[in-house]
Design a protein around this ligand. Structure first.
Ligand code: NAP
Length: 469
């Protein structure tokens, strides 16, 4: 830890915008590095903290969610304050936020999805995995999402871990899902689901699949579900064999794909992997999806061994009425912060926000997590990422010090919010909601029963008299 500002009259006031993994690892690293010299506000758009851990991790992966205990410890530190239900850009414009803090760190993640850019993508029945995942995880933005699962055949485009999550949730029996914290409206729809065949569409081959072996293996263990792979797609060319030699993840994936191809199982549902295949067009009638036109690809290698696909001209039509694209997330720009639309992130150098025109550093503004490096990596990847951004903050504070014109009193920002009619909640309010969810879960033999609507959360806080802020 470096010695910062020995003649300081107050601790550094730092805002972390976004209460997901990146935000919490940043707050934790700031506490570790700056200790008594820092006071942190974690500002979150939603009432509930934990971002993708609460709203992204699949309900049947409870062990991954256990990481929230680490984040809770950070939130309960006396140098940290959680301010939920506050949208930066709306409740507080970026230029105003800066007047309350020496440093602002944006940890806002990637809220939306990438698009395929093919005709018919906008048809009813063609949806993004961000919507599907948010819906089954009770994200309040998707409380009214009206999804029918009255489909026998579904296509999931992409073969990353999100595609695998989506396929698994569609394939699992509702009795298994009923033991999880899946959103009640989604569980109800999944109980009556008629889904039988789920096609996972991968534009490249099995060796290039982005999913990880643990997630892939799980598919083979779902009760009553077969996993089908065409053995011809598993015949590898010499370049693919070479890739396998230096890539243990791909080697494990390949072994799993082979085991699926060799040992078909009896099942009432089937997950089919379709490799070397790209969607060309969503077919439809009267704006409703009825099928997916697919093109077979050939894989080409460049000198460095990277692969790309070229269409062979061979096409087929898949008779599917629900199409879920799981081709990656995308960050959303914040008004007042630079954004690189082509890369879908805030331009930065090791977390320092850069002015895109001049390339120079925007003083006192930082990024971390997916909005810094793009939507890649596991939850734990955000820890090293946060450490890097915090190291840059520490270096910069050592030279630029406190901001002279900051309204640094702890009450100043809440008073500003209240004056603007913004209704924020603090961590003890969240803990009350958390206890309610856990108690409702315990009554049903589930880990928790999640609130689906923000209004219901606020109503419960009102009832308990805890929302007086
Ligand atoms: P991802 O891993 O980047 O996978 C995206 C997939 O979409 C790839 O298969 C990609 O194919 C494909 N794709 C992209 N553009 C396409 C196009 N135009 N046409 C057809 N296919 C296209 O992204 P993700 O699945 O959204 O996951 C994001 C991150 O979260 C990853 O790091 C993931 O591991 C992590 N995650 C982890 C878990 C877990 O640990 N259980 C769960 C969910 C997510 P190419 O490879 O050919 O580009």
């Amino acid at each position: 830890m470096i010695e910062i500002g020995t003649a300081r009259s107050r601790p550094y006031r730092i805002a972390v915008v976004g209460a997901g993994p990146a935000g919490f690892y940043t707050a934790g690293a700031l506490l570790d590095r700056l200790g008594e010299n820092v006071s942190i506000d974690i500002i979150e758009r939603l009432l509930a903290p934990y971002g993708l851990v609460r709203y992204g991790v699949a309900p049947d992966h409870p062990n991954i969610k256990a990481v929230t205990r680490v984040y809770e410890k950070v939130a309960l530190n006396e140098r940290v304050r959680f301010l939920g239900n506050v949208t930066v850009g709306t409740d507080v414009p970026v230029r105003d936020l800066g007047t309350f803090y020496d440093v602002v760190v944006y940890a806002v993640g990637a809220q939306t999805d990438r698009v395929l850019g093919i005709p018919g993508e906008e048809f009813q029945g063609s949806i993004a995995s961000t919507a599907f995942v948010s819906w089954y995880n009770a994200h309040p933005d998707f409380a009214e999402f009206a999804l029918s699962l009255d489909h026998e055949r579904v296509a999931v485009v992409g073969i990353g871990n999100v595609a695998i999550d989506v396929a698994r949730i569609l394939a699992r029996s509702s009795s298994e899902l009923a033991r999880t914290d899946i959103a009640d409206p989604a569980l109800e729809k999944l109980r009556h689901s008629t889904v039988r065949d789920i096609y996972v569409i991968a534009r490249r081959g099995p060796v290039q699949a982005k999913c990880t072996p643990a997630e892939l293996k799980e598919l083979g263990a779902i009760e009553g579900v077969d996993v089908a792979v065409d053995a011809r797609d598993l015949e590898l060319d010499e370049r693919a064999e070479q890739t396998l030699k230096r890539n243990p993840t791909a080697t494990k994936n390949m072994a799993l794909f082979r085991s699926f191809a060799e040992a078909p199982r009896e099942g009432s549902r089937c997950i089919h992997f379709k490799f070397f295949t790209s969607p060309i067009e969503v077919l439809g009638e009267h704006g409703v999806a009825t099928g997916l036109r697919l093109g077979r690809n050939a894989l080409t290698y460049d000198e460095a061994g990277s692969t790309s696909v070229t269409p062979t001209g061979i096409e087929e039509t898949l008779d599917v009425s629900l199409i879920i694209r799981a081709i990656g997330y995308r960050s959303v720009p914040i008004d007042g912060i630079p954004f690189d639309a082509a890369r879908g992130l805030v331009p930065n150098a090791e977390g320092r926000v850069l002015d895109p025109a001049s390339g120079s550093v925007q003083e006192r503004e930082y990024v971390v997590g997916w909005v810094k490096r793009g939507p890649r990596g596991l939850i734990g990847s955000n820890k090293a990422d946060a450490a890097e951004t915090v190291a840059r903050i520490e270096e910069d504070l050592a030279s630029i010090g406190l901001r002279a014109d900051v309204m640094a009193e702890l009450d100043a920002f809440p008073a500003y919010l209240s004056a603007r009619g913004a209704r924020y909640i603090e961590f003890d309010h969240w803990q009350l909601l958390d206890r309610l969810e856990l108690a409702r879960g315990a009554a049903e033999g589930r880990p928790r029963v999640k609130f689906v609507r923000t209004e219901d959360m606020i109503q419960h806080l009102d009832k308990s008299g805890e929302s007086e802020v």
